[in-house]
Design a binder for this molecule. Structure first.
Ligand SMILES: NC(=O)c1ccc[n+]([C@@H]2O[C@H](COP(=O)([O-])OP(=O)(O)OC[C@H]3O[C@@H](n4cnc5c(N)ncnc54)[C@H](O)[C@@H]3O)[C@@H](O)[C@H]2O)c1
Length: 378
């Protein structure tokens, strides 16, 4: 018997439009899903490019106005893979139209926007999820299992970094295609909402809520030409951000992100130190989890590098054979699969309500960078 379809309308065919399309195509081939995802329509403003994308990925149709996409009655799920300034309007309209909504991170440009999105999906009672994909890299999911199992014991420290180096050139413009992340009106913030939001989502998932933060930010290049106006304009985003945090469980944290760390392309690292054990993970070596357990026999005690590719590791029984690794794109495949499996009412996380909590932390971080004070993060 054929499965009921899950008809997807995707907004945006950029970086994330590609990862999500790939995820929905791949997920049903590796996971036994209750519904069959169908790439029903792709929406972007440029029809020629949208048609080329549709043809490459197998979308059934093209829309150039997201409102037309949301109005269609042959779409079950609106998936928002457009820049941050588009999230609020599309998500609220989609929820009002009774569609399920998946949205890229950060949920809103700030927590006030995210709050409206949470209210819209909760009022409409529609399934919703935010694409914080790093939770579903098997090594990170294994870290969660070890922590929840109490293997680390009481947690004292959480340390995260997300380092890039692509905006160092002072003649790099801001705004427009590919460079909207440098335009505060579109992005909401710089590395705080773009990169630290990932670190905060993972951190709160692994280690619970964050109570207070104190932060510093810097904008190293103060003015850049705006591609849309052709004028040199002030840069409003944070190029770099570092903050200290106190978790509700009493542990202390440091977070750092920058786009000015020469040599680092997308180095997301995290380390957690507990009473019995420590774990550490690096996106550049994403299938490994480093683990130190003080309870190991003394003479052979030391850091071990777990190759998270065995059949009893999270998600890995769905893939190849033990020892063979998967990569970045599969984190999206896992998320698409978990979302569809969660339609039975179990609602896979992170929901919009979960992602709102992350945006409350990023708001507090940006506020603290202005006030110089510790700020409440919830
Ligand atoms: N989960 C992750 O790791 C991750 C990684 C990258 C980006 N993101 C998030 O994904 C979102 C998109 O980022 P990206 O890197 O894919 O950007 P991108 O610039 O590569 O693509 C954005 C797409 O949105 C489309 N778009 C813009 N305005 C539109 C409109 N009015 N109507 C329809 N389509 C429109 C553009 O044409 C483009 O196809 C952002 O919110 C970003 O923060 C998340």
């Amino acid at each position: 018997m054929s499965k009921p379809k899950l008809r997807i309308g995707m907004v945006g065919y950029g970086f994330m439009g590609r990862t999500h399309s790939n995820a929905f195509l791949t997920a049903p081939r590796f996971f036994d899903l209750p519904r069959q995802p169908e790439l029903t329509a792709i929406c972007a403003r440029n029809r020629d490019r949208a048609e080329a994308f549709a043809s490459n990925w197998g979308y059934g149709s093209v829309e150039t106005d997201w409102r037309a996409l949301v109005a269609r009655d042959d779409i079950d799920l609106i998936d928002i893979a457009a820049p941050n300034n588009m999230h609020l309007e599309i998500a609220v309209a989609a929820a009002k139209a009774g569609k399920m909504v998946m949205c890229e991170k950060p949920l809103g440009r700030n927590s006030a926007e995210s709050q409206q999105m949470v209210e819209a999906v909760e009022k409409a009672g529609v399934p919703n999820m935010v694409w914080y994909n790093y939770r579903r890299i098997p090594a990170v999911t294994l870290a969660k299992a070890l922590i929840d199992d109490g293997q680390l014991g009481r947690i004292f420290h959480y340390r995260a970094k997300f380092l890039q180096d692509w905006t160092i050139a002072s003649d790099l413009p801001q705004g427009g295609e590919g460079l909207w992340r440098l335009d505060k009106d579109v992005a909401g913030s710089g590395v705080t909402g773009d990169l630290l939001a990932h670190c905060i989502d993972t951190a709160m998932w692994l280690n619970g809520g964050i109570d207070t933060v104190t932060a510093m930010t810097e904008t190293f290049i103060k003015e850049r030409e705006h591609t849309l106006t052709g004028k040199v304009e002030p840069v409003g985003i944070d190029d770099a951000c570092a903050f200290l945090a106190r978790f509700s469980n009493g542990s202390l944290a440091t977070f750092e992100s920058t786009r000015y760390a020469r040599g680092h392309k997308a180095q997301y690292t995290l380390e957690i130190n507990g009473e019995h054990a420590s774990i550490s993970w690096d996106l550049h070596d994403l299938h490994r989890l480093e683990y130190f357990d003080h309870r190991d026999q003394g003479t052979t005690r030391g850091w071990k590098s777990i190759h998270v590719t065995d059949g009893d590791h999270p998600y890995m029984d769905k893939w190849w054979v033990p020892g063979l690794s998967i990569g970045y794109d599969e984190s999206f495949t896992h998320q698409a699969a978990d979302f569809i499996m969660g339609l039975d009412g179990t609602a896979a996380a992170p929901t919009f309500a979960d992602a709102l909590k992350t945006d409350m932390v990023t708001d507090a971080v940006l506020k603290s960078a202005q006030t110089g004070q510790w700020e409440t993060a919830h």
